[in-house]
Design a protein around this ligand. Structure first.
Ligand code: ASP
Ligand code: MG
Length: 415
């Protein structure tokens, strides 16, 4: 079998851990498999390199920054290869460009456009383990690019596709994907399987185990991913196509995000084009809006009759900038004022089974009401329901929902 094994930064944080990872790859090879290992930079290294670059200039040019950031993974694969050799194993390490990973020109968040893994195939045929630097590729000009934070996952999935690997293993410092963050809820349960779509929602809502683009790529090509602990033999979580078992459970996971803030324009004239002019300004600044709520006042008072309040959420780091922009916009469009709120949390339920279940929202709101938690915004999609609440109730809400949907036990909660 051809196996891709990806090890994250925490799994290669020290020389001892790198030796352990080398042993694991060698064991797989001795079991008769062809093994390609994708490595991240040692824990904290990418952050250290970023800081170093920012100590020279607050706004480093993306091309040069990529040359700096790509070194983290280069060190990891070299050390891994040496560790393998110390164990008497045949191995060769490759940087992204040597492994034939071609990308577009977007430094810092490049997309893989093509793969030519000829050299990897040659080395595998010679009976070698191949180590590939994650997170990097080369563009059409021959310049190094990086794939965005967490991008080694994408390297692993791309290689799985290009090399037609039977198995893509993502080794990390947790033993799989949990129903919620075990640090918040001690009843959190590791799931045996989860669908690509659910994993993408969970990743976009703040579950940090997998990088979202890698899951999307895996979904598009049907690559099965096994997420598991780097230093344990336990079976982890399989990310795969939705199947009939999964559909029985309306909710698979609960997430909490405290990384957003809300901005509200009060008493906006209720006219066509107003929402567009507000959000255009935000979009032009490159700020991504998540939830949006507009509610027309039904107060018959003439002064507010044709007015509406307009609220939306933005990532917390973009809050100050958004408030500044909205002050100007509110002036232009004749809104009364702008108010902001940073102490919010977004709690979400995710599950493909929601498609076929009525009543998920009702049970969610009931569970939150029981804890006296007020909802200030609600949004739903086919497989997700999110509520914005007061930040101080975030963790309580997660536990209440985990209990209400009985996520601690596998199987099908009927509602
Ligand atoms: N080293 C990169 C990062 O820290 C890529 C990765 O770990 O996947 O984001
Ligand atoms: Mg990672």
């Amino acid at each position: 079998m051809r196996i891709i094994q990806k090890y994250g930064g925490s799994s290669v944080a020290t020389i001892d851990l790198i030796r352990g990872v080398a042993k694991r790859a060698i064991t797989a090879k001795n079991e008769g498999h062809e093994v390609v290992v994708v490595l991240s930079a040692m824990k904290g290294e990418t952050d250290r390199l970023l800081k170093l670059a920012h100590s020279v200039t607050p706004d480093p040019s993306p091309r040069e920054l990529d040359n700096i950031l790509a070194t983290g993974e280069q060190v990891s694969i070299g050390l891994f290869a040496l560790a393998c050799q110390e164990f008497g194993e045949k191995v060769k390490s490759f940087l992204g460009f040597q492994a034939g990973i071609k990308t577009d020109d977007q430094h810092g968040r490049a997309r893989v456009t093509d793969l030519d893994p000829a050299r990897i195939r040659t080395e595998l045929a010679k009976g070698r383990i191949v180590a590939v630097a994650g997170f990097q590729g080369v563009n059409r000009h021959g310049d190094l690019t990086t794939l965005g934070r967490g991008g080694s996952d994408t390297t692993a999935v791309a290689l799985s596709i290009g090399l037609k690997a039977e198995l893509c293993e993502i080794y990390t410092d947790v033993d799989g994907i949990y129903t919620t963050d075990p640090n918040i809820c001690d009843k959190a349960r590791k799931m045996d399987r989860i669908s690509y779509e659910e994993m993408m929602e969970l990743a976009s809502l703040g579950a940090k185990v997998m990088e979202i683009r890698s899951v999307e790529l895996a979904m598009n090509y049907g690559v099965k991913i096994h997420v598991r602990h780097a230093h344990s033999q336990a079976v982890g979580t399989l990310i795969c196509q939705e199947d009939s078992d999964m559909e029985k459970t309306p909710v698979r996971g609960v997430t909490l995000s405290v990384n957003e803030a809300r901005v509200t324009l009060l008493q906006v004239p209720d006219q066509p084009g107003v929402a567009a002019s507000i959000l255009n300004v935000v979009a032009k600044a490159g700020i991504v809006v998540d939830m949006i709520i507009q509610n027309r006042s039904h107060n018959p008072e003439p002064a507010v009759e044709k007015m509406t309040d307009f609220s939306f959420t933005v990532p917390l780091p973009d809050y100050a900038k958004t408030m500044e922009l909205m002050e100007a916009v509110s002036h232009e469009i004749g809104a009364k004022s702008v108010v902001g709120e940073q102490n919010i949390a977004k709690v979400s339920l995710v599950g493909v089974g929601m498609r076929n279940h009525a009543g998920v929202a009702a049970l969610m709101f009931q569970a939150l009401a029981k804890e006296n938690i007020n909802l200030s915004m609600i949004s739903t999609s086919e497989i997700k329901i999110s509520c914005v609440i007061d930040k101080k109730y975030g963790e309580l809400a997660v536990r209440a929902l985990h209990d209400a949907f009985e996520l601690e036990r596998p199987g099908d909660k009927v509602i």
